[in-house]
Design a binder for this molecule. Structure first.
Ligand SMILES: [Zn+2]
Ligand SMILES: [Zn+2]
Ligand SMILES: [Zn+2]
Length: 272
């Protein structure tokens, strides 16, 4: 399974859109892996998770053929994960030569936002309402199960994580989330997987509800290993970093490398 990380920042990006803090100044100065855009990933060049406002930039930076993506899974509607208006650009007069429909999966609020933005009469979109713990089969070799996150502070929407099984490999796409709700832990404890992408928004700062920090990521990896959930060659990947944490890419690698955890960066490609 190929995972292509398009963006690895929290909601404001790093450097933040308007931010003048010292951590954003340092990221600007150092550049490279310290420049983080809003979060999304592509699996096997075919499945995309989330549609952030930086998608157009991702297309330019990584020379993506976005029309080749046939399945789009939305975790939740926070503005760093869903820029619904750009989905409308997939049809004429904005796009030509696109023939395959884009299957879009999400909970009700996400699909409502998208339905309001696109031409619902177009055959180039198919919307699929998903429910926590109800597996969706995309093709004979690919199954995706939405899981519950602890994410929305106001508890006004159902935020989802996705467990992706494809050609014998499994990946937990586990953000945005705080410490997983018990119902998600119970479901996950019955699985084995090859990779887990975890939320590290808070970095070295305290806090593990709605978003995780370094300490919680380390603790979750321990649980995965102790309970035999992560397969022997399995990888844990930390992502969704906020400038408020202040740790630049090299600092994060110093923290995580001794534990065998991979620090995601924009454009990173990983094979499970
Ligand atoms: Zn986010
Ligand atoms: Zn900043
Ligand atoms: Zn969010």
């Amino acid at each position: 399974m190929k995972i292509h990380f398009l963006g690895t920042a929290a909601a404001e990006g790093w450097p933040g859109v308007f931010c003048r803090c010292e951590h954003c100044a340092k990221a600007r100065r150092l550049g490279g892996k310290n420049i983080r855009t809003r979060s999304s990933a592509i699996i096997d060049d075919w499945i995309k998770i989330d549609f952030p406002p930086d998608t157009y930039y991702h297309v330019l930076r990584d020379n993506l053929d976005l029309a080749a993506i046939e399945h789009l899974f939305i975790t939740h509607t926070h503005s760093d994960h869903l820029m619904a208006d750009d989905l409308e650009k997939r049809t004429p007069v904005c796009a030509h030569g696109v023939e395959q429909p884009l299957h879009i999966y999400g909970h009700d609020l996400a699909l409502h936002s998208i339905a309001n933005a696109i031409n619902m009469r177009s055959k180039l979109y198919e919307l699929h309402l998903v429910h926590p713990f109800q597996t969706v089969r995309i093709d004979a070799d690919t199954r995706v199960t939405p899981l519950l996150a602890d994410h929305d502070k106001r508890k006004l929407q159902t935020c989802l994580l996705y467990f992706i099984e494809r050609n014998g490999k499994s990946l937990l796409y586990g953000h945005d989330s705080g410490w997983f709700p018990q119902v998600t832990w119970s479901w996950l404890e019955r699985q084995t997987f090859d990779g887990a992408v975890l939320d590290c928004t808070n970095g070295p700062l305290p806090g593990r509800s709605n978003h995780l920090n370094i300490e919680a990521v380390l603790e979750i990896q321990e649980i995965f290993r102790k309970k035999g959930m992560l397969r022997d060659s399995g990888k844990v990947i930390a992502t969704h970093f906020s400038h408020n944490g202040g740790l630049l890419h090299d600092d994060l690698e110093q923290v995580f490398s001794p534990h065998g955890i991979i620090v995601a960066y924009d454009g990173m490609v990983l094979h499970l």
